[in-house]
Design a binder for this molecule. Structure first.
Ligand code: AMP
Length: 194
């Protein structure tokens, strides 16, 4: 089974659309026969998503650092819960074990994870698709900021294209199927020749 890593909030937020989106993403993953890899917590949108995938008969791998096990209330009702030593080990394991990445609404932790995996793509360290589920416009300002960053010449348009943005989980997963990794190494070499 192929696996999708989902980054999302360890809190629930105050927009009911977030929980509904987690349910719809869970359904889409199970319908596409895709397993979930995530941060292993039982709280917030993270917990809602993992529990929904389990309830619908899907497979979930949680990966959580020992130090966060109590704070994020580790979810022991998963297909597998991996306990690791550090945040870095968690993020590396999530990246290695997944075939693609999605960010649902989240706070700084989610943003950090999303941008780390994007920068690893930008550098050609992996060739896996990355998507942003823009639930109820939550990420509109972020998408606008990325356009601003391109305008100001600090983000290359082709690197911006590494992030697929959609408001529909099924549509995003379909775009992953058609996705072809761009020639990142060639771009890097070209930029170093400038
Ligand atoms: P948040 O979106 O802030 O609710 O965080 C979502 C997830 O990101 C949680 O599982 C946190 O453990 C994780 N997280 C929070 N801060 C960081 C960080 N600095 N680096 C990596 N992951 C983080």
């Amino acid at each position: 089974m192929k696996k999708i890593c989902v980054y999302c909030a360890s809190s629930t937020g105050n927009d009911p659309a977030f929980g509904a989106a987690a349910q719809r993403l869970a359904e889409a993953l199970v319908n596409h026969d895709l397993g979930l890899v995530y941060g292993g917590a039982s709280v917030g949108i993270m917990g809602a998503l993992a529990n929904a995938v389990m309830q619908k008969g899907g497979e979930v791998t949680g990966i959580i650092p020992q130090a966060l096990l109590r704070r994020e209330i580790g979810n022991h009702h998963l297909t597998e819960l991996q306990i690791v030593d550090s945040m870095h080990e968690r993020k590396a394991a999530m990246a290695d074990q997944a075939d693609a990445f999605i960010a649902l609404p989240g706070g700084m932790g989610t943003l950090e994870e999303l941008f780390e995996i994007l920068t690893w793509a930008q550098l050609g360290f992996h060739h896996k698709p990355v998507g942003l589920l823009n639930v109820n416009g939550y990420y509109d300002h972020l998408v606008a900021f990325l356009a601003h960053s391109v305008d100001k010449g600090l983000l290359k348009p082709e690197h911006r294209e590494l992030l697929l943005v959609d408001d529909n989980a099924d549509a995003l997963l379909e775009r992953f199927v058609d996705w072809k990794s761009p020639p990142l190494e060639a771009w890097l070499e070209a930029s170093h020749q400038l």
